[in-house]
Each structure stands twice: as structure tokens, then as C-alpha cells.
Design a binder for this molecule. Structure first.
Ligand code: SF4
Length: 318
């Protein structure tokens, strides 16, 4: 079992942790975030509306305007305009949160919502085309940061994707914090081969090319480009077909080590996963079982087999 990077720090809308900071004096405690994910990460709770001096309870605010020109105004008193205050706070916060590895926003909020927030036209008609003013500026300031919102995290695939990005980003941040060298970059890329290939084979190859000439070049510039492409690639959803491909490739390393019956069992398990009869955890566990018995240094190094704490059970849902 590989050692995990130090605990990721995660920015989060305070109300999701149970803090009673919402406009109506309530909280929106999210059980999975607090009780399960919270076991493996440290949270940095932030309530932007409280931070700009709106107390609780407070009169509600909402997004008003067009997608290109959005203001955050009071619902009852539209002369209250907190757009600038929220944007300034987000800019400042982005500057101070360089070491976080992810952010979980509260859905639908005019400040924290990541997407599909109600945006009111002057005539009062609402469309779900808005982004919370704080979330928008923060995400622009930290474009590679894994971000998700509470509602979307109920989807097992989006949840797994987010957690994978958080832990991969943490490993990447740790590598950069230790000081860049060519060997460490190449090693990072090699150890993420199968994970990256499930998300995008083309991105894996482009990233490899980026690292192919590291002599005499500015490693920070290369690392910036690598980070942007890596985090974009990991956002792509992974369908069963791509996992099956990776599992079969990895199975190939056992070719001369396991006998016919074991091989058949493993193949059947991968096929059952392909047919959607079992979740990913089933063939994955079997593979890991065989690699424990017949260790292979190369496969042992692959983060794909062990990308985040197993007890989160995320591969049971995909
Ligand atoms: S959604 Fe954001 S602004 Fe609203 S209460 Fe939660 S943390 Fe505060």
C-alpha cells in the first residue's frame, strides 16, 4: 500500500459543515462531507457573505442582469449591491489559498453556487445561467483547483472524479513544494500513466511530450503547463470501456504469474464489470490481490490502483 500525501486542505462553504451562517440563520450540513470525506481532509470553511459583513439572519440577495453583466443585489432592496465586495473578497481569498487542494461550494447560492444559479432579468424572469459571484472570481483566480458543488457530489461518478482530482493535485503540490527536478517530474508522470490514460490517452501523450526535453529548460514553466493540462484531463469522465482497457493492460503483467483458473476468474470479473453487473471495486480488488501475491514494481507504483483512501468506498459506486 502506498503512503498518501499529507492531508489535503479543502476550502468549503461554511454552511456545509453545519455552521449556521445562511441568510435565514440555518445551516446545510452535508453528512458525507463532514463524516466521511472529512476524515481524510482538513477543511478551511469560508462564508463570503459573512466575511463581507452581512450578518445572519440577513435579507436575501440574488443575481440580477445578463450572463455578461451580473450584479448581486438585495431581493427586497435592489439598491443594496454587494457585487464588488464579494468579488474583492474572492480575489483576496484566492491569493491566500494557494495551498488548498480542492474546494466544495454550496449549490444554488448567488455567492457560492458553481453553476446553474438563478439569474434574474430586469423583468423578474429567472434562468439558471448564473454563477455565484464569489465562486466565479475564486475559480478564475485558481483555474487548476479541483472544484465541485454539494449537489453534484451526490452523483457517484462526479464524486469519485472530484476526490481523485483532489488527491492527485495534492501529490502534485507536494512535488512542487519539494522543489522541481526532471527526475521527479518524469516519475510523477510515469506513476500516473494508467490513471491518465483512462481519462484521456491524447492528454497522456501530450504531457509525456512536454517532459521529453527537460535539459536546460525552465522547469517551472514546464510544470505550469503540465499542471494545467493534467487537471483539465482529470476532469473528463471515465466510462467503463476505458477502465476495462486499463484493467486488461494491467492484467497483462500477470500473464506468466497466475495459472489458468486465476486468469479466468480475473477475466470474468473484468467482463462482469464491463456488463455493468459489478462495480469497479470488484475487478480492482482482485487485481490488487494478485499483485500482492506476485508483486510487480512498475504496477505497484501506479496510483491508478490506489488513488485515494479506499475506505471512502468510491469505487463501489462506479
Ligand atoms: S452558501 Fe456561501 S454565502 Fe451562503 S451561507 Fe453558505 S457559505 Fe455563506
Amino acid at each position: 500500500m502506498m503512503a498518501y500525501a499529507e492531508r489535503p486542505q479543502i476550502g468549503i462553504s461554511s454552511c456545509l459543515l453545519g455552521q449556521k451562517v445562511r441568510y435565514d440563520g440555518t445551516a446545510k450540513r452535508n453528512r458525507w462531507l463532514v463524516d466521511q470525506f472529512g476524515e481524510f481532509v482538513d477543511y478551511r470553511p469560508i462564508c463570503p457573505e459573512m466575511a463581507i459583513g452581512l450578518g445572519t439572519p440577513r435579507p436575501p440577495i440574488r443575481l440580477v442582469g445578463t450572463p455578461d453583466n451580473v450584479r448581486v443585489l438585495g431581493v427586497e432592496d435592489p439598491s443594496v449591491d454587494v457585487t464588488g465586495a464579494l468579488e474583492d473578497f474572492a480575489l483576496n481569498t484566492a491569493g491566500q489559498l494557494g495551498d488548498i487542494s480542492g474546494y466544495v461550494f454550496m449549490s444554488k447560492s448567488p455567492s457560492c453556487g458553481m453553476e446553474r444559479v438563478k439569474l434574474y432579468a430586469e423583468n423578474g424572469h429567472a434562468t439558471k445561467k448564473g454563477v455565484g459571484a464569489y465562486a466565479r472570481v475564486l475559480m478564475e483566480g485558481l483555474p487548476n483547483l479541483p472544484c465541485e458543488e454539494e449537489g453534484r457530489l451526490n452523483d457517484p461518478m462526479l464524486r469519485e472524479n472530484f476526490v481523485n482530482r483532489v488527491f492527485t493535485y495534492r501529490r502534485w503540490q507536494t512535488l512542487r513544494a519539494r522543489g522541481l527536478d526532471a527526475k521527479a517530474l518524469i516519475d510523477f508522470h510515469a506513476r500516473h500513466k494508467y490513471m491518465l490514460m483512462t481519462h484521456s490517452q491524447a492528454a497522456y501523450q501530450r504531457l509525456g511530450r512536454l517532459l521529453s526535453h527537460l535539459k536546460g529548460v525552465d522547469l517551472n514553466r514546464i510544470a505550469d503547463a503540465y499542471e494545467a493540462e493534467l487537471m483539465t484531463a482529470l476532469k473528463r469522465r471515465v466510462g467503463r470501456k476505458r477502465h476495462v482497457n486499463a484493467l486488461q493492460h494491467i492484467q497483462g503483467y500477470l500473464k506468466d504469474r497466475i495459472d489458468g483458473d486465476d486468469k479466468k476468474e480475473l477475466t470474468e470479473s473484468i467482463e462482469a464489470y464491463r456488463r455493468e453487473e459489478v462495480p469497479l471495486v470488484v475487478p480492482m480488488k482482485l487485481l490488487r490481490h494478485y499483485f500482492r501475491r506476485y508483486p510487480d514494481h512498475y504496477i505497484d507504483q501506479q496510483w491508478y490502483l490506489d488513488p485515494y483512501p479506499e475506505s471512502l468506498g468510491l469505487r463501489n459506486g462506479i
